[in-house]
Design a protein around this ligand. Sequence first.
Ligand code: ADP
Ligand code: ZN
Ligand code: ZN
Length: 772
Amino acid sequence: MPLYAECILPVPLAQTFTYRLTEQQAASASIGMRVIVPFGKQHHYTGIIVSITPHAPEGIEIKDVTELPDGAAVIRHPQYALWQWIAEYYMCPIGDVMKAALPAKLKPESGKAGIIREDFKPKTRTYVKILIPPLGTDVSVERNSMLAEAFDKLKRSQRQQELFMKLLDMSHCLQKADADLVPQDELFKATGYDSTVLRELIKKKLCEQQEVVVSRLDTDDDYRNFSTEQPFPLTEIQNVAFRNICSSFKDKSVTLLHGVTSSGKTEIYIHLMREVIAQKRQGLMMVPEIALTTQLCIRLRRVFGKRMLVYHSKLNDDERAEIWNRMLTDDSVDLILGVRSSVFLPFSQLGLIIVDEEHEPSYKQQDPAPRYNGREVAIMLASRHSAKVLLGSATPSLESYYLAQQGRFGYVRLKERHAGVSLPKMSLISMREARKNQAMNGPFTPALIKSVNHTLLEGHQAILFQNRRGFSPTVECTVCGWTPKCPRCDVSLTFHKRTSRLSCHYCGYSQSWPSACPQCQHSSFAQQGYGTERIEETISRLMPLAKPVRMDTDTTGSKSSYEKIIRDFDSKKSNVLIGTQMVSKGLDFGGVDTVGIMNADSLMNFPDFRSHERAFQLIEQVAGRAGRRAGQEGEVLIQCNEPRHPLLQQVIAHDYEAMAEMQLADRKKYFYPPFSRLIMIYMKGRYEDRLDALAARYATVLRKAFGDRILGPEAPGIARIKNLYIRQIMLKIEREASTQMVRQYLNTIQNTMMQDDQEFSKIVFYYDVDPM
Ligand code: ADP
Ligand code: ZN
Ligand code: ZN
């Protein structure tokens, strides 16, 4: 009887696909294996088998599996279940989840007929093996004569002699029984000779080349230099927290560690991970962005050595595939340090997931689908392994804090910084006042300039936080007020001095400086506002001792550029770090005395129900970079227009609880999360009028089903991106409502609308569940 394989394919479709297995294929096929299958007229895809059945679906033509490329499954059993949960909960096609989950190398996609087998190739390195018999063998009598003979062969070329001498030296073949293989590139580097000279030695049978498979992951510098060490012993206070966490793990699957910045959360993480690994289970340490991994990686590497792997967004395809393969085939992987996508790795026996800086919005994937929150998926992943989850933050998300208050999550509080270091002193500086006195100097109040200068004079460092990158966020015609905008998006263009172009931060469009105003023909433009680039430039004028360095997406294209910025600042090569929210994330520098928040209002005044929570988190986190050394008085200056604003008062008192109470009261009143759940329905189309009409009709139909839980349609803050107009409809539902029912309802409505009206199928349509 023939067998059929039901497969997921990396296409944005919600269903699985069935193919026929030959008898031979059926003998070796298993769930979780890859298949190469034909799709459509011209395509071949790599899919994953999710079930094997003797029953073929009826009424459709069934094609044959082209090939089973591997001998074994490439995903582990709990992974598919997790993918299904993500597809269902976040309302997206399972094919999209597969796309996000599998490393590119494991799912080659082909556009044409014919199979593309662009498989993961192990990395090799060329070594040189010396062909002189080793010491201590029975041929070692021969050895001396062979050496003499060798030098005789080489006597006419000094270059060959030198290369050979170096090879003798580097292979240690005169000192020990086993000659070492010598990396060819290192041999060349040590002698300055290349393969033309080496070729002669090979011809004379004095050595040969060997290709050796090496790990791509071992080339990381931080890998080589650390053997494992004991972690710091925990302090008394940390130990209490540690024990409370362990006892909370007994009856809660998720525990929130709410510890002020620099209280030693990371040290506690290290101790917890050691325990888990000692029980022969795996740990996953999640961080919001790669910026954090650099310093953390060094701390963890000291303790866990090579048994920890780092999984971040700047790895290349081969490195990702290698990590995946190692986790499938090799049980020496104890710990993963990774960003949100590390929840997709093939863990075999996960014991603990730590989500550090759990409040970070970057745990949520915005685009493309699946629009998942790494923190929530981590909780699901852990439950599939019966593992525990620890969420850590100095400023928890209100969602997690609320669940902890309700007793759904365990809760452990750490209120003091390590070694009796005090929290930095916060003060509010009124820009309005300074402006009135005409005392502003560009974006700086006199107080901030004075404080930074004082810090630099003492040989210490400062961090300046500004949430806009580029030079000036807007450019304006001084005569009529016209502003250059992106022709494809609904945003004004930001001027970047380095490239001397105006560019769009949403689609990457850029243009040169306008020659004349298209509205009034004058050509006098003013730059409004200060991005990080402009602040960097302004500083040199106002702070003569400053050696500034900038950290934003413009300066951190690669992992090494991050590392360089951090290294330079750490070694005091630079003394003022200017950055966007990237500088708020977990950096641990000892020398920072002063932190300046350039503009607190710009953080608070977003039209979003989370804007105050976010502003508090951002300011508190950036502030936490100051004064981390014992005996140091950190100072944080917050420039703002309304110093009396209650949120800013809570910020300067480091009063998270007061902030949470006030914000939660608001959320409750207006029925926002955590008191409700949100599903955002997005519609995108090329023609605005048509989109508006469709969105209005859609909302009407939805209202029939959901009543006043439906809000909108509305044009979002940025209502056009890349020439597509955007409309959103918000669904606010009770926390207790069955999300499964809601999703089914929404899907049915969408399908009916699409069937009834051709127009609907022409627009892009997607959901964002639990939007951030
Ligand atoms: P957090 O993660 O809460 O911000 P960290 O773990 O980074 O705090 O600790 C802040 C600083 O104090 C770090 O430099 C860390 O090495 C040091 N530290 C914390 N706890 C200890 C300890 N028990 N022994 C030695 N140093 C510690
Ligand atoms: Zn004009
Ligand atoms: Zn644009």
